[in-house]
Design a protein around this ligand. Structure first.
Ligand code: ATP
Length: 952
């Protein structure tokens, strides 16, 4: 008891680290169970009381690890200064100051500081948006309190809590194990050990290093197999991982392949421009121009031509995309997925819950009858309400029971039926409860449906468990396709019984006997097994999900159930068939994917015929075919016989894969990728990790998915719905469009400014725009105009184009051509009007102000060209993007101040302009807009002529 008190004291008075040291000092791995229970004042069977857990939560705080603080704001701000362009500016500012051009030097330094602040704010906003999303994903834990199991947010765990672990869970705190059943844990995140570690219970010596403490499991590690139970010994920052919280700090990387590519591109341009600036300087000086003028010209060239805003704009556009996806229920875990989504060519999706509603209802039960005539029951009622009847019906009406059942409402007692229902309720981890007047389930909906059916038969789980308490469980795993539980009889201790439920072929193959209606057992002949499979096929063809049930009596000493106990000699009890209606929105989303050139493939663990029936309803077929073709199904057994080359072909041509194991999912992803597909793949199980990681976009289910699957995924669906994947792809395409729009908009300014400077040097005239003026133009337009493009909504028809080729350059020939045209037009307009102003008696300051305004208004009108890269600008409307319109209004206001405010005139060497000069500036700028619209119109016409019909 002393130790417990000591650690409490340390917790209350120490810092997180101090208390961590106190708890870490307790060698939990070296103590035996009794000592741990005593130290933590808990109960190894019933857990804490609710009151005690609340008190401890108040005392210890939530079980959350504080992420390590990143670099301070000052360092992050300073990092903004460490950019090539900024360094050039600082050098230029220093030289300008040395030349005693105090105003210019002041403006340059002012711009450097403002630029750093704007960059810092934008980056912080992007990082914050992405981090907020990672917090939106909460981890849950199964905890036992007062002898009852609960699913709780892991944040509510306290020291002393009794926690239940199973394959797929993320360990929610540091836990000393009290029970381990083949428990294996992936501790690589903590210890670096790549192989999962087998866990056991024996106390270890005190000096055992962390990686070898096999009787402990640590927060954030992943359970890859088996089951376990244990007592929480440390939570939050007092856990091992909390004490080295840098592990958590790297929450989100804001760099992606695309941002890296763009950063590289910017760097390349930077070096090219610097070289050009040096050459210009040298040529000018050699040609006899004053070196000071040439220095200013070289600086102007560098400042104007370097696309410094590009990397930040890309990050911000991606961050906005991430928030938009979150609003549509797709949480991005890894930023590169935002880019990849737009190029997805195949979506491989689960069936249950993703394409279907996962609201199962048992509608038929079949039990052995006479050899050629099984007994078939129709189950009435809907949803999870336990109101309904189980009515025997004639064989002929199988599958269309509601319409034509010839029923007998008072059938003779059928013990096989009772046993089938009992097996369904006992071999079951779900629970059914009434909340706010409606019936709900917690756990697997398949199991929930079985509980509802049992209640309809008057056999509620609670009573059954009272009569036959559960001793052990063999949990359901996708690769085995069945689950088994071991029970003892409360009133007859001499036997144990195992109940098994699972995929029909798996269960039936293990049965040697079958139960007849009077409860006697007869041999289960191969012909009868075939008849059961035939019946299953008949029900599956109607889209029903069919499960088989069996039991086996075992000796009283049996304490554990393993695959060996249920491998053979089972007694077949019957079948239960349930409906799981397809999601209407999935059908529409699939159609949208087809028009977008995306193939949708179903990869399910369910029966081939059930899968095919659902696929038919949803319209899953080759999108290249105008009319649906016959649905071909490949089963896991088929795939197992194929070589990699054969599989690649089958994977490409088949749209439904059934009875597929997680390992085969991995093979399928690789096969599709070998056909140059960009693959998005869903997964929820503990073994889906490798396939999710291999896929270009791994998608985990937020509701039904295991923590292991979520950990491996790039994206998590908070509603487990296929339509959300389609929405995310749509957003992904929109993000990429907006990036292209920004780049196509921003580069011509750099080009135009660079060309104007060079033209002036080669023509031997004064610079039409000065370095500080260029800084003004670039900074204000990038923030006020360019950023608005990141908020542009998706264009109509975005899902009618083919997926983007990930190998294609970001800008195609058309856009490069457009950038060159606009750059040249800006040169012509700015230089032309500058020269005109000079020659018509305007001052140099006025002429420069004209050139400045041509750039700003040219960009402003061109911005409206860029709102759609192909559609006419009038089609995008003004109201759709308030950020952009607001930015334009502020920009116009600022530009008027820049031109007319005396202080601005002094700072930037500008001068007020007469009204008629504005007419020329606006006319020239608008002409650029019109020319680009004409170019877009011509391209649209050419594009229409080239469009070829879809091939099947
Ligand atoms: P999907 O892969 O589309 O989610 P699924 O749920 O059918 O579909 P799995 O979870 O791999 O895929 O299940 C495979 C088969 O195992 C099911 O068709 C069913 O026969 C059986 N099964 C599913 N859930 C359970 C369960 N809780 N207990 C026993 N058997 C189950």
């Amino acid at each position: 008891m002393k130790l417990w008190k000591a650690s409490r004291l340390a917790d209350n008075h120490g810092t997180a680290n101090g208390s961590g040291a106190a708890q870490a000092a307790t060698p939990w791995h070296a103590l035996d169970l009794e000592q741990i229970v005593a130290l933590l004042s808990t109960d190894a069977d019933h857990g804490l009381s609710k009151a005690e857990s609340e008190a401890r939560l108040a005392e210890y705080g939530p079980n959350i690890i504080t992420a390590a603080k990143g670099p301070s704001w000052f360092r992050r701000l300073a990092a903004q200064l460490n950019q090539a362009l900024v360094l050039i500016l600082i050098a230029a500012g220093a030289v300008t100051a040395a030349l005693k051009e105090w105003v210019d030097a002041g403006v340059i330094f002012g711009v450097v500081i403002i630029n750093a602040i704007v960059g810092y704010l934008q980056e912080s906003k992007a990082v914050k948006a992405i981090e907020a999303l990672s917090r939106a994903i909460t981890i849950e834990a199964t905890v036992v309190r007062e002898g009852q199991r609960f699913r709780l947010p892991a944040a509510q765990l306290v020291p002393g809590d009794l926690v239940v672990l199973q394959a797929g869970d993320k360990v929610p705190a540091d836990i000393r194990l009290t029970y381990s059943r083949d428990l294996r844990v992936d501790e690589s995140a903590l210890t670096g050990e790549s192989l999962p570690v087998d866990k056991q219970l024996t106390p270890l010596s005190e000096d055992t290093p962390l990686a070898d403490r096999t009787n402990m499991v640590y927060a954030t590690t992943l359970v890859t197999a088996g089951q376990g139970e244990g007592i929480v010994v440390a939570t939050g920052d007092r856990t091992e991982v909390g004490r080295i919280s840098q592990l958590i700090a790297s929450a989100h990387e804001i760099k992606t392949p695309l941002t890296r590519k763009i950063a590289q591109f910017s760097k390349l341009v930077l070096y090219a421009i610097l070289a050009l600036a040096v050459v210009t300087f040298i040529i000018g000086v050699v040609r006899g121009q004053p070196w000071v003028d040439m220095f200013i010209a070289a600086v102007a060239l560098a400042v104007g031509a370097i696309p410094e805003g590009l990397p930040a704009a890309v990050t911000i556009t991606l961050a906005i995309g991430v928030s938009r996806m979150a609003r549509r229920r797709a949480i991005i875990r890894k930023l590169p997925a935002v880019e990849t989504l737009g190029s997805t060519t195949v979506i491989c999706t689960d069936k249950t819950g993703t394409l279907t509603q996962n609201q199962m209802t048992v509608v038929q039960i079949v039990t052995p009858g006479t050899p050629d005539k099984p007994k078939i029951y129709h189950v009435t009622g809907s949803g999870y309400s336990p109101e309904g009847q189980i009515i025997e019906q004639a064989l002929e009406s199988l599958g269309t029971a509601a319409a034509q059942s010839s029923t007998d409402s008072s059938p003779a007692r059928n013990l096989a039926l009772e046993e089938t229902i009992r097996a369904g309720a006992l071999c079951n981890d779900a629970s059914l409860y009434l909340e706010e007047g409606s019936w709900r389930i917690s756990g697997d909906p398949t199991e929930g449906a079985l509980l509802v059916a049992a209640c309809k038969a008057g056999m509620c789980q609670e009573d059954l468990l009272h009569q036959t308490p559960r001793v052990d469980t063999l949990p359901f795993e996708s690769q085995h396709q069945y689950m088994a539980t071991l029970h003892r009889f409360a009133h007859s201790p001499d036997t144990r019984v195992a109940y098994i439920k699972g995929a029909v072929e798996k269960v039936v193959a293990r049965c040697a006997w079958q139960m007849t209606p009077d409860g006697s057992l007869t041999a289960f002949l191969d012909s009868e097994k075939s008849a059961v499979e035939h019946l299953t096929a008949q029900m599956a063809r109607e889209g029903l999900r069919v499960l088989a049930f069996a039991r086996k009596d075992l000796p009283a000493y049996t304490e554990e159930i393993t695959h060996r106990e249920v491998d053979d000699g089972l007694v077949f009890l019957g079948l239960q068939a349930m409906i799981d209606p397809p999601r209407q929105e999935a059908k529409e989303a699939i159609r949208t994917c087809h028009t977008a050139g995306i193939h949708v493939k179903m990869i399910t663990g369910d029966h081939a015929l059930t899968a095919a029936a659902i696929a038919r309803i949803l319209g899953l077929h080759d999108p290249r075919c105008a009319t649906p073709t016959e649905i071909k199904v490949a089963t896991g057994a088929d795939l197992a016989t194929l070589t990699d080359e054969e599989l690649a072909k089958v994977a490409d041509e088949t749209y439904v894969f059934a009875r597929v194991t997680p390992e085969q999912k991995l093979r399928l992803v690789t096969a599709l990728q070998s056909q140059d597909h960009v693959v998005a793949m869903t997964g929820d199980g503990v073994n889906d990790g490798p396939a999710l990681r291999q896929a270009d976009i791994g998608i985990a289910m937020g509701i039904a998915g295991t923590e292991v699957a979520k950990e491996a995924a790039d994206m998590i669906l908070t509603d487990d719905n296929f339509a959300t994947i389609e929405a995310a792809v749509e957003e992904g395409r929109g993000v990429f469009d907006n990036l292209k729009k920004f780049i196509t908009w921003t580069l011509p300014t750099n080009l135009g400014e660079g060309l104007v400077i060079m033209a002036a040097i080669f023509a031997g005239v004064a610079l039409p725009i000065l370095p500080v003026q260029i800084l003004w133009i670039n900074m204000t337009t990038a923030v006020l105009l360019g950023l608005g493009l990141a908020f542009e909504s998706k264009e109509p028809g975005i899902m009618e184009r083919a997926p983007r080729d990930p190998k294609a350059p970001i800008l195609d020939r058309v856009l490069v051509g457009r950038i060159v045209i606009v750059g040249a037009l800006l040169l012509a307009a700015a230089f032309g009007l500058y020269e005109y102003a000079e020659r018509t008696g305007h001052s140099l300051a006025e002429a420069r102000t004209v050139a400045n305004n041509v750039f700003v208004f040219g960009e402003l009108f061109y911005l409206f060209n860029c709102r759609s890269l192909s559609l006419a600008s009038w089609r995008t409307g003004l109201r759709g993007n308030r950020v952009l319109v607001g930015g334009v209004a502020v920009m116009i206001g600022l530009q008027l101040l820049y031109t007319y405010l005396p202080a601005m005139n002094t700072l930037f060497q500008t001068a007020p302009l007469p009204v008629k000069t504005w007419a020329r500036i606006l006319a020239a700028s608008f002409a650029i807009h019109l020319i680009i619209e004409a170019e877009k119109a011509v391209r649209r016409r050419l594009g229409q002529n080239r469009r070829s019909p879809a091939a099947c």
